[in-house]
Design a protein around this ligand. Structure first.
Ligand SMILES: [Zn+2]
Length: 66
């Protein structure tokens, strides 16, 4: 019996267009294999709805328990 472990990462992103800050959840591996931008992701700001390139890797929120 296998247990499915889905590891989700969270990043704190800031929209370069409107300055809106938001948290973004993503799954390592899945997102990086499908997108050729490496550690960045091209997506839409939930506030101003404009597309921007976000670095979701460097803005990771690290787990506090070490
Ligand atoms: Zn925005």
């Amino acid at each position: 019996m296998n247990t499915f472990l889905i590891l989700t990462m969270k990043s704190k992103l800031k929209c370069p267009k409107c300055g809106y800050e938001f948290e973004y959840k993503w799954i390592p591996g899945v997102s990086f294999t499908s997108i050729k931008l490496g550690k960045k992701r091209y997506m839409r700001c939930p506030e101003c709805r404009k597309f921007s390139l976000f670095n979701i890797w460097d803005t990771r929120i690290k787990d506090k328990k070490k």
